[in-house]
Ligand binder design. Sequence first.
Ligand code: NDP
Length: 300
Amino acid sequence: MATATIIDGKDFAARLRAAIAVQVADLKKAHHLTPGLAVVLVGDDLASQVYVRNKGIQAQEAGMNSFDHRLPTTVTAAELLEKINQLNQDPAVHGILVQLPLPKHIDADAVIDAIAVAKDVDGFHPYNAGLLAVGGAGMVPCTPVGCLMLLKHQLGKLAGLRAVVLGRSNIVGKPMAALLLREHCTVTIAHSRTHDLAEECRRADIVIAAVGKPQMVKGDWLKPGATVIDVGINRITAPDGKNRLVGDVDFDSAVQVAGAITPVPGGVGPMTIACLLLNTLTAACRQRGIPVPEVQPAAE
Ligand code: NDP
């Protein structure tokens, strides 16, 4: 039986980060500009600490300044907003990211709204979401940007292809659908109220799975040869009792039917941080009125 091409997001992301590092070195030399990324972490959630540490390390490896701001779970909304306000004013900071989720007593929407639009490297601010919807040049959320890069690398032009996006969150599903529409795909957005998810998937040349349900998309949901991008990150206990990470796609059955598929881990995940660095580079250039460089991943 045919098996799909495995889309190696880890390798692609490493090559993208290498290309970003070259551009950062050029910016320093030509414009005395070092892009700066500030990451704000509230509380002591272990997974969030790991993400934040990785973001800082990878920003520094790309030659950027990384500013780490850790606040206790007991921080008040007013104190957090004051921190954001300081970062908005700080000329060394070009990108601000507040690690989600936030503690329940803090309104995450109000915090995202407080980030300066130009420094919103996560692309979650409603103004940036609006720019994406109308085709403007704003900041686009990192995970969908990474998915689109992998898709274009795999398929070349996407115009005319049928794409289904499973999930409609503001972070992944909606911006992903907007990006695919921009690439002239025919886009369906499916969600928990969709009547026949499997049938929607079977019609699609491209399936993006972003539902947060372990191994939900089965091989027999797919059109033979479809390209499958698995955004999901789910921790499960395997039959052998060990914990492991799986996506929203049942990889073992999907790989028999798809034309190409991203693995979990090693697919979309590494692209998210690489695209965060790309957004920080873009933000720094725009804030200084420097043309934004075209960044192509280093050669394979
Ligand atoms: P959300 O929980 O915010 O959204 C999930 C979406 O999936 C919702 O729109 C929901 O529909 C839909 N959904 C849930 N259950 C079903 C179902 N049974 N059938 C159809 N649709 C369903 O999740 P996120 O968008 O934030 O994340 C999705 C996944 O991607 C998660 O596993 C997350 O960990 C992962 N992720 C990975 C990233 C990476 O870097 N690789 C980055 C961000 C997220 P409805 O709106 O109707 O409730």
